[in-house]
Design a protein around this ligand. Structure first.
Ligand SMILES: *Cc1c(COP(=O)(O)O)cnc(C)c1O
Ligand SMILES: [Zn+2]
Length: 423
């Protein structure tokens, strides 16, 4: 927090002190999302390329000076809970995917596997910050609405810390994500309605009951957690920023956070250009794509319909940050169909060894399309962010493969089965 100068409304620029329970701007209701401001000159004097390279911590916490947290409290928590999942978030592998490079005829393709986080999705980056904030402010309850992963992440990371979590999910969320919530002891309220309805209900409940709100595009600290992925990508590439980063987009918080992280690094002088951010939406949930295409920040809600549940959103909550991240990096939005997503799931699993959930691999489906449309050039260095593990949605994965017939336990049957076409 030392170098945090305040919170600034992204619509009107009004400034606020970073106090407990200050989420949005007074002038704009839930739309007035705030952005955490830093004194980069002061920060850059203490936090240097050299200091970070000497840090042996392999998690998001290696970037603590760039996070809006109370440093002594974080240190104290950490000394007590060093082996806790909370301190094992981030520093996920960035694989060089040579077979994908051949398939797509590209100079370099890297896949960042966010399924390797403690709860198996990218959302841990934001939840970790939200939880430390809740501890800082002595909040007894932390609540979230979620398509599934934000909630399962919150439940996973806060289990054993003595914080009560209350979760609002659409009743249609995949079983594996609900299982994570229940097994970690969260209080779960499956809502008869859409994610958007669960979200509004959760905000209202937080206001009424005074719970701490871990809600995307509402709590300004969460995108600071999400930006750590951009910091990692650049560091893992020895500060040679890639040309393009492909990322799946629902509410827009991840892509907005990546934009923030890239700008931080550029302001500090640690990277020499901003990679283009390419936001990939499901064709059935494309409110941000539509607004980007129409060159407006006035986003119109859609009736979301896609099997990629984690990006199935009617009205993206972090829309302004998302649109600006793409605009400011000279990026683009794309849409992909559910069948392109399923195909991407199979290809990534078979050619890169990364099994992502449908929303997690939409990014790759976007790259395939971008290559066909010449949106990316063959000389470019590309990063594909895979935001969640495929084990979170096994029925989704089973749609893209053929289930083999069983055989009797004889060698004959083995030979016969292997000679069948399609084996
Ligand atoms: C939440 C999520 C996304 C989308 O992130 P937004 O911030 O809502 O745009 C993409 N993939 C997975 C797996 C997610 O859980
Ligand atoms: Zn405002």
């Amino acid at each position: 927090m030392r170098d945090v100068t305040g919170l600034k409304c992204i619509l009107c620029g009004a400034a606020y002190a970073p106090q407990a329970y200050r989420y949005v701007c007074d002038h704009h209701g839930d739309e007035g999302i705030l952005d955490v401001q830093y004194d980069y000159d002061a920060l850059g004097k203490r936090f240097t390329l050299e200091s970070v390279s000497q840090n042996t911590d392999r998690s998001i916490w290696r970037y603590a000076p760039l996070l809006p947290l109370d440093a002594p409290l974080t240190r104290q928590l950490r000394s007590k809970e060093n082996q806790h999942p909370l301190f094992c978030v981030g520093w996920t592998p960035l694989y060089r995917a040579r077979r994908l490079e051949q398939t797509l005829d590209l100079a370099a393709v890297y896949v960042k596997d966010e399924g390797r986080n403690p709860s198996a999705s990218f959302k841990d980056r934001a939840s970790a910050i939200g939880i430390v904030k809740a501890i800082e402010w002595h909040a007894p309850v932390i609540a979230a609405a979620s398509t599934g992963n934000a909630a399962s992440s919150l439940a996973t990371l806060s289990a054993s810390l003595g914080i009560k979590t209350i979760i609002f999910v659409p009743e249609t969320a995949p079983q594996a994500k609900i299982a994570q919530l229940l097994i970690h002891g969260a209080t779960v309220l499956p809502v008869q309605g859409t994610y958007d309805q669960a979200f509004d209900l959760c905000l209202e409940a937080c206001r009424t009951f005074g719970w701490y709100s871990r809600n995307t595009g509402y709590n300004p600290y969460l995108s600071e957690g999400k930006k750590t992925a951009a910091l990692e990508i650049c560091e893992q590439l020895a500060w040679q920023a890639p040309d393009c980063i492909f990322v799946s987009v629902g509410d827009g918080c991840i892509i907005g956070g990546l934009g923030k992280g890239l700008r931080d690094l550029h302001t500090l002088g640690w990277i020499d250009h901003l990679p283009r951010l390419i936001g990939v939406q499901a064709a059935g949930s494309a409110a941000l794509y539509n607004a980007w295409r129409d060159r407006t920040e006035q986003v119109t809600a859609v009736q979301a319909d896609t099997l990629a549940d984690s990006i199935s959103v009617n009205m993206p909550r972090d829309r302004i940050k998302a649109l600006r991240a793409v605009r400011d990096t000279n990026g683009a939005f794309l849409t992909v169909t559910d069948s392109e997503i399923l195909e991407a799931m199979r290809i990534l699993a078979q050619q890169a060894g990364v099994f992502g959930e449908p929303a997690g691999v939409a990014s790759y489906a976007g790259l395939v399309q971008a290559r066909e449309n010449k949106l990316v050039d063959k000389r470019e260095r590309i990063v594909v962010l895979v935001t969640g593990s495929g084990l979170k949605d096994v029925p989704g994965a089973m749609k893209t493969v053929t289930t083999p017939r069983s055989i009797p336990p004889t060698l004959d049957a083995v030979e016969k089965a292997l000679s069948e076409p399609g084996r």
